[in-house]
Structure formats: C-alpha cells, structure tokens
Design a protein around this ligand. Structure first.
Ligand code: NAP
Ligand code: HSE
Length: 428
C-alpha cells in the first residue's frame, strides 16, 4: 500500500459532513479501488462548537481555512464553504499556490473565477476538480471531460436547479400559485440563503456556464448568459401550456452557433412526453449531444448530503488514482473567448395574452404578428372572464428579435390587457 492521500476540509455543512461520513463509511472500498487510504487530517468552519452530528475529534481544527489550505501535511484541499469570493476563493488560491490539488463543489466561484483559477492550477501543476458543482450527484463533468471527450459537442441542455423544478411541478400537481409553493419550498429548507440564486436562474446559470466551457472549449462566461427566472410563471401558464401538450421547465441551453456562443437559462416549454417534460420534483436532468454519440440523458439527485458528497468523493478518488484532467477538459491557456450570441437559434414560441372583448381584437393581434414576420401555428381562445379572454398562440419557428418586435408593437394596440407572456418552446 502506498502513502495515504491526506485531505483538509473547509466547510462542515451539508456537503462537508456528507464527505466526512463517506470517507469513514466507505474507507475499505476507497482504499481497495484506489490502492491508497484516504485520510482527513484537518477541518475548518466558522463555528468550532456547533454539533454537526459527526465526531471531529480525530482531526485538527483550523480557524482559518487559508492557513489550513497550505499545511505541509495536506495533499488535497477540499473547499465546501461556498460563495464566489471571500474565504473560498482565497483558500483555493492559497492551496494551489502551495502545491495542493483542490476539490470544490462551488459553482458560483467557478462560474465567475473559473478561468483564473484554472490558469493558477496549471501554473502550479495541480488539478482543480468540481464534479459536485454541477447537477449534484450526476457525474456530468466526468461525462463531458472523459466519456465524451472524442466528440464534438453540439448542444448541452439541462434542468439543473432542483428547487425550481420542485416549485414548477408542485404548482402543476397541486394546482397552487407560485407564492404558496415558494413558501412551501422555503419551509422545506430547499431555498438557498438568497432565494434569488434559485428562482432567478442564477444558480442554474452558473452550472450551465461551467458545462458550456468544457463542451465548447471556451472560457467560462457567466456574464454573457441570458438569464430569466421562474418568478413570473403563473399557474395559468402551467395549466394552459399543459393544455397544448407542454411542461414549463427552467431550462438551460448552450450551443455554438455561426454567430457565437448561445447560453440561455430561462423558463421554456418542452413537450410533456420528452424526458425533460417528465422530470418531476427536485431531480436534475442533463442532456448532452455529441456529433458521434448522439444524445445522452443523465438524470439524478442534484443536491443533498449524499449525492453531493458522492460527487466530491469521485474527484478525490481520481486524485488518489493519479487521474489528472485539465480543469475545463483542455489547458486553460487554449480556451477561446467566445463571442456571445443572444438567442439566435430560431424556435417556436408560446404567447399568452388577455384579449379585450372588442370587435377586431384578434385581427389586430394577427396583424402585429404578421408584420413582425411571425407565422401562427396554433391558436386557442378560452371563454371570456369579465371583459377579457385568455388567448394562447403557438408560433412557427421564429427569432427572439421578432418576438421582441411583436411585444413592442402589442403596446401600441389597445386590445391586450397586460404585456403578453412569451416563452420559447425548446426542441429537445
Ligand atoms: P452549508 O450547509 O451552508 O455549509 C457551509 C459551511 O461552510 C458551514 O460549515 C460553514 O460554517 C462554513 N463556512 C461558511 N462561511 C465560512 C467562512 N467564512 N469561513 C469558514 N467557514 C465558513 O453549505 P453546503 O450546502 O454544504 O454547500 C457547500 C458548497 O457546496 C457550496 O459551494 C454549495 O453551492 C455547494 N453545493 C451544495 C449542494 C447541496 O445540496 N447542499 C449541492 C451542490 C453544491 P458553520 O457551519 O460553522 O457556519
Ligand atoms: N439550490 C440548488 C438546487 C442546490 O436547488 O438545485 C444544488 O446546487
């Protein structure tokens, strides 16, 4: 048996405690599979006195994660504190500079500082691994960097925020409005400390930006992503989309187009019979498309103690086995800077509006769409409620620019009660 792999773990919350449990419970199989023992030598968190449900007495306690990251008796610094900057970034940088490999679950840090950290890891000759940062327990980073490494990736898609998928599917199954289900998710402890990270699409956007970088060999570019959250989705949207054969999902899509890199995280309609349409509750799904492999669908738990610790352990086992893959699948110096392209890929759109009960109202709507170059595929009008009637329109393929032009023109006609809801229908 060779020398043990020595870990220092910063952050003893949900994920950190999960990792400690796995290192202990699966010690024998880890050493059988890697040929090395994996040992925890030191831990750090904010509060030393907190009962975390696991004993820490065999590990050195460090108040300062940065100091811990540079200890001579540590091989791998495991960053599980969170936050894009602050101690997570400082300790990660210190660990790499001190010649340690780093494992993290921190999607915010990687989405914002991924390029600089990947360069720092390469300069130091160390690895920076982050399987847990995207889609929790689903081994999607490994799938992209290793399993599909010989393919040209054509598109990456995914439902990668379990909280949003829980909210949307619960609204549909229980027939409850957004605010009530949001409160329920809060009571169940699903929401991040800042819920905008979840419902604003930011958390899922961080994950998509990381996947896009690996898939397309581009520097991670979270700032260039089109982001829209789920907080404007109503129970009517969900019901009426269902009536037309669709589910609403907070869907991320990244693809390289002739005009640049398109990255979108927004509520979209997907066919209710598709794998993405059938994804219920807090589960995640990632869809990868490669030129030779075709479509791969990965589904599993995107969060929680066990699934996230499982992903962290996969990185630790790779390091123990001597498997060393560049942060984004190729040297960071070779990653290109993609031109951002905003929703240039045409798609059908779903429009929902409250049409005033006036003669010629529908004709005016049709004229606006026609003048914007948008062709109607299907249309449905429901019974009048007071003096308005809900109208749903599914268009043929069109562009976001044409939809935006039509929305502007709708403001100038006097037959729509509120700005219409417009959602892209993703072909999955
Ligand atoms: P958590 O339960 O909130 O735990 C965070 C831990 O970090 C706590 O132990 C906390 O210490 C410690 N910490 C926070 N700020 C610190 C600071 N300034 N200095 C030292 N320690 C500090 O978070 P988590 O859910 O385990 O998430 C950890 C990371 O994994 C995050 O990057 C998160 O995005 C990522 N992640 C989480 C999940 C999940 O399901 N939870 C899934 C995928 C990825 P105290 O306990 O003393 O307060
Ligand atoms: N808030 C995230 C989610 C946790 O709901 O999926 C895992 O990243």
């Amino acid at each position: 048996m060779t020398t043990p792999l020595r870990l220092a773990i910063a952050g003893l919350g949900t994920v950190g405690v999960g990792v400690i449990k796995m290192v202990r419970q699966n010690a024998a199989l880890i050493s059988a599979r890697t040929g090395r023992d994996v040992q925890i030598v030191a831990v750090s968190a904010r509060s030393r006195d907190k009962d975390r449900g696991v004993s820490l007495q065999n590990y050195d306690w460090e108040d300062d994660p940065v100091t811990m990251a540079t200890r001579d008796d540590v091989d791998v610094f495991v960053e599980l504190m969170g936050g894009s900057d602050g101690p997570a970034k400082a300790a990660t940088e210190a660990a790499l500079a001190a010649g340690k490999d780093v494992v993290t679950a921190n999607k915010a840090m990687l989405a914002i500082h991924g390029q600089a950290l990947a360069l720092a890891a390469e300069e130091a000759g160390r690895v920076l691994r982050y399987e847990a940062a995207v889609a929790g327990g689903i081994p999607v980073i490994k799938a992209l960097t290793e399993g599909l490494a010989g393919n040209e990736i054509t598109r990456v898609m995914g439902v990668m925020n379990g909280t949003c998928n829980y909210i949307l599917t619960r609204m549909e199954s229980a027939g409850l409005p957004y605010d009530e289900v949001f409160a329920e998710a809060d009571a169940l402890g699903y929401l991040e400390a800042d819920p905008t990270l979840d419902v604003g699409g930011i958390d899922a956007g961080h994950k998509l930006a990381i996947l896009a970088s690996i898939a397309f060999g581009t520097q991670v570019a979270f700032d260039a992503m089109e982001l829209e959250g789920i907080d404007r989705i109503t129970i009517e949207d969900i019901r009426q989309a269902a009536d037309m054969g669709y589910k609403i999902k907070l869907l991320g899509v990244a693809q390289l187009t002739g005009r640049g890199l398109e990255q979108r995280m927004s509520p979209c309609l997907v066919p209710d019979t598709s794998p993405l349409g059938q994804l219920d509750g807090g589960t995640n799904m990632v869809v990868l498309e490669g030129d030779h492999v075709g479509q791969i669908v990965l589904r599993g738990a995107g969060a929680g103690e066990g699934p996230t610790a499982s992903a962290v352990m996969s990185d630790i086992l790779d390091i123990a086995r001597g498997i060393r893959v560049a942060t984004f699948g190729q040297p960071a110096t070779r990653l290109t800077q993609a031109t951002p392209a905003k929703a240039v890929t045409p798609a059908p759109y779903y429009l929902r509006m409250q049409l005033l009960d006036k003669p010629g109202a529908m004709a005016k709507v049709a004229t606006v769409l026609g003048e914007a170059g948008i062709s109607i595929d299907r249309m449905r009008q429901y019974g009048h409620q007071d003096d308005t009637a809900p109208v749903l329109i599914v268009t043929h393929k069109t562009t976001r620019a044409a939809i935006d032009a039509a929305r502007k023109a709708f403001d100038a006609i006097d037959v729509i009660a509120e700005p219409p809801v417009t959602l892209r229908i993703e072909q999955v």
